[in-house]
Design a protein around this ligand. Sequence first.
Ligand code: ADP
Ligand code: MG
Length: 633
Amino acid sequence: MSSDRIVGIDLGTTNSLVAFMEGDTPVVIPGDDGLNLVPSVVALDERDQIIVGNSARKYLIETPERAVYSIKRLMGRGIEDIQDELKLFPFRLAEDMQAGEVLRIKLGDKTFTPPEISAFILRQLKRNAERFFNAPVTKAVITVPAYFNDAQRQATKDAGRIAGLEVLRLVNEPTAASLAYGLDKKQNGIVAVYDLGGGTFDISILKLHDGIFEVISTNGDTHLGGDDIDNLLIRIALDDIKGDMGLDVSRSGEAVATIRKAVIEAKIALSAQASAKLDIEVPGGKRYQREVTREQFEQLIQPIIDRTVGPCKQALKDAKLKPEQIDEAVLVGGSTRIPKVRALVEDMFQRKPHTDLNPDEVVALGAAVQANILSGGSEATENMLLLDVTPLSLGIEVAGGVTDKIILRNSTIPASATQYYTTQVDGQANVAIHVLQGERELAKDCRSLARFDLRGVPPMPAGMPRIEVKFLIDANGILHVSAREQRSGKEAEIEVQPSYGLTDEQVESMILDSFDYAEEDFRQRQVIEARNEAETIMAALDKGKKSPAWEQLTSDERKRIAKLQKALNQVKAEDEYQAIRKAIDALNQGTMRLAELMMDSAVATALKGKTIDQADLGEGPQSGHPVAKADFK
Ligand code: ADP
Ligand code: MG
């Protein structure tokens, strides 16, 4: 086949995979280690090269400050969204992060945004596929959880672009899983997709009518999965080791890592056999040995797997369905290999779930089916259309800080809707359109997706302008918004760049950056960047020396700063960026008090000048949010 083969990608929290359609059958493409699953782990090695997958895992233990996992949790999210994740996961944010900015994660002394880190994973999958086909691969279908909002979907698309992949379609994971089982050929029915992965649980109820899938409800728990089972077993082993041998190894990262590896192996073995042996070498040369039967294991994990019941019931309730109305149940996620989990699903939906396909591959396989449909398809996939629903309502802020919904949640996409508004003040020239996502009544309680202005409305009395606001959600779940004043024809339009989203320019520059890694001129760039930073800090220091704050320092402090500056000046000319960074950090530390003193006086000045500057800050006196005006229609 030609080189524009389209691949299907499951970009998972724990594992990622790439698949393609071979004839009528979707197949997973293995990596050069022969394994189908690429762990979603990214590390920066000693030479600042990016490592992805199995080989990156050892960095999680050896140099955790140079490695990151579970990055999917941060995609399209802001610093205020992720406080829970920061408590549970060792994400290291860049120190200079501002609220409202796209997150940046530290790997070594570099920082990357979540889409860039995901792009490293995608790049690896792309490379695996290119090696397999011996041809370039530039187009992909990528799956996302059904509940992903606009920002999370955009971030996933951005990751694709940064990795050099044109993302033809984002497909909901449960939809992909249903496709992999060919359930679309059933014409009509209700499908429950139960997805228990490494760290997340998702339940989705899909309705199939005439070959069209519609996600009618979703629920789940973003902190529930195989990791919880692993952690429970580790805790038990640690307690045993302490009790039996009087040895507390819970603080040794290496010992815990060894135990983790052993319990995961035992867990996986117990999915296929009646018992498994734990045999762990404990520091000090002793061995911890224990036999675990499946029965014991099942008893231990019961409370964990029981936590999936509530979300399933809620999803059924939201879909207004009874368990017996489910026609098909599909298992997704590695943890559904556990027989006890299968039994629970069977019990809950009162039917045997599909188990023919590997649960950790089924989403990627479905993505490959969708890729095949988009590439013109085979006879098997002809005339198929996939429909998804938007998980949250979308609307705009109207006068008084109220949310006016334009597209309601659970609307089938692609979707479009139009509402009419007018102005609140006589002669109002600008109308501020604030795009919101969420179910709450007040704009401040909803997620802010974007803001833009409809400018240059000709002067009219309040209530006269007829402003048409149109929302369109495309097949990827991405929102386009336009506003038009109909009497004058004034128009404004945007594809929503979500808050915490990257701008086109940022994505472009990240694409260029990622080429730099391929070119291996990373170190040189580091040197240049470090030198630039050195210049900046020294220019700031020169300014500081002329400020009154300088005089407030003790002569000792001034001497110390001069010494640090001299040191930085010296290493700056050399080619060692680590040395330059170190000198920068030292100078930064040394000038902390100077900076504080300068800041204090700057704040004082700013406060004094406040009334003068303020006129420039607002949008202008004649601007405001629109007013709902339903009777225009
Ligand atoms: P995600 O969708 O979160 O990326 P996966 O679907 O790949 O994750 O699931 C990974 C989880 O499945 C891990 O916790 C792993 O230990 C678990 N797992 C994989 N195989 C088995 C098995 N045979 N028995 C039990 N758990 C398994
Ligand atoms: Mg998954």
